[in-house]
Design a protein around this ligand. Structure first.
Ligand code: VGL
Ligand code: ZN
Length: 212
């Protein structure tokens, strides 16, 4: 009872250097992830990951709407930022970062597979219409506490954390294990503030280690 899980959000090639939607310093989160994996293995925590996993013609892709990437629009009645094509199913860009110790991940939850809706959160799509299976999996393992890190701070990490809090999990965010897209420069800072305001506890990896 009261088990704990490490949740690694979208540590995929396309969000790292050279990727289609490269997040500045995205790669630098992988060392933090591997260190956390080590800690969690020793303690016997569950280790789970999410993967952005889009069909080739996903509705979040700017190309599908003949608009420039990073512009705003709507997708199936929801506000949508249009992105460069990224994390297309079964492409190298959608693979987890090669240096991530992914052999220790218990289960990976894909998201963003439905063409007409995006899915930033690892728990639900952006309309909260469908669940990914992550919540059920964690509840079956009696997980009540999460350690969350990954990419990108201002999208998938933020919405994953906000959903986790609404679902009743105790959420610890490892800030230096996250990097943001920052379409506007303050987006990541703002995202961390929102997560904290809703009840997440923010730690640097060094500070988190002190608590263990
Ligand atoms: C993400 C934009 C589009 C993320 C995914 O993982 O944060 N951002 N798709
Ligand atoms: Zn995406």
């Amino acid at each position: 009872m009261n088990a704990r899980a490490l949740l690694l959000v979208d540590l995929q090639n396309d969000f790292c250097a050279g990727g289609a939607l490269a997040v500045p310093e995205g790669d630098s989160t992988v060392d933090v992830a591997n260190a956390l994996i080590h800690w969690c293995l020793v303690r016997g925590d569950a280790i789970v990951a999410s993967k952005d996993w889009h069909p080739a013609h996903h509705g979040s892709f700017a190309r599908q709407h003949h608009v420039k990437p990073f512009t705003q629009g709507q997708l199936d009645g929801l506000p949508q930022t249009f992105w460069p094509d990224h994390c297309v199913q079964n492409t190298e860009g959608a693979e987890l970062h090669p240096l991530l110790a992914d052999q220790f991940i218990d289960v990976v939850f894909p998201k963003g597979e439905a063409v007409n809706i995006d899915s930033y959160s690892a728990f639900f799509d952006n309309g909260h219409r469908q669940k990914t299976g992550l919540d059920e999996w964690l509840k079956a393992q009696k997980v009540s506490e999460l350690i969350v890190m990954g990419l990108a701070t201002d999208y998938c990490v933020k919405f994953t954390v906000l959903d986790a809090l609404k679902l009743g999990y105790e959420v610890n965010v490892i800030t230096d294990g996250c990097r943001g897209v920052n379409i506007t420069p303050q987006d990541s800072t703002q995202a961390f503030m929102e997560m904290a305001a809703e009840g997440a506890t923010l730690y640097t990896f060094a500070d988190w280690q002190e608590t263990q």
